[in-house]
Design a protein around this ligand. Structure first.
Ligand code: SF4
Ligand code: SF4
Length: 67
C-alpha cells in the first residue's frame, strides 16, 4: 500500500499539514509549485515510505488514500 493525495480535498498547507509531522519516516513534504492552483502540493517520497498509513489517519481532510 502507498499513500496518494486526493488533491481536491487537500488545501496543501505547509505549516498546517497534519500528515507531514505524522510520518515516522519523513517521507512527506510540501513543495511550492506556481503551476498548482493552491501554490503548492503535498508529495510523498516512495523510496522512504513503508506504507504504514499514519499519514492517512492523521490527515485532517481525509485527503490521503492508501491503495
Ligand atoms: S493534513 Fe491532509 S488535507 Fe491537510 S494539508 Fe496535509 S495532506 Fe493536505
Ligand atoms: S504511509 Fe507511513 S511512511 Fe508512508 S508517507 Fe504515510 S506516514 Fe509516511
Amino acid at each position: 500500500m502507498q499513500p496518494f493525495i486526493i488533491k481536491r480535498r487537500c488545501p496543501a498547507q505547509d505549516t498546517l499539514c497534519k500528515a507531514i509531522p505524522a510520518c515516522p519516516r519523513e517521507a512527506i513534504r510540501y513543495v511550492a509549485d506556481e503551476h498548482e492552483p493552491l501554490g503548492g502540493v503535498i508529495v510523498f517520497d516512495y523510496d522512504k515510505c513503508d506504507g504504514c498509513g499514519q499519514c492517512a489517519q492523521e490527515c485532517c481532510g481525509s485527503a490521503i488514500e492508501m491503495r
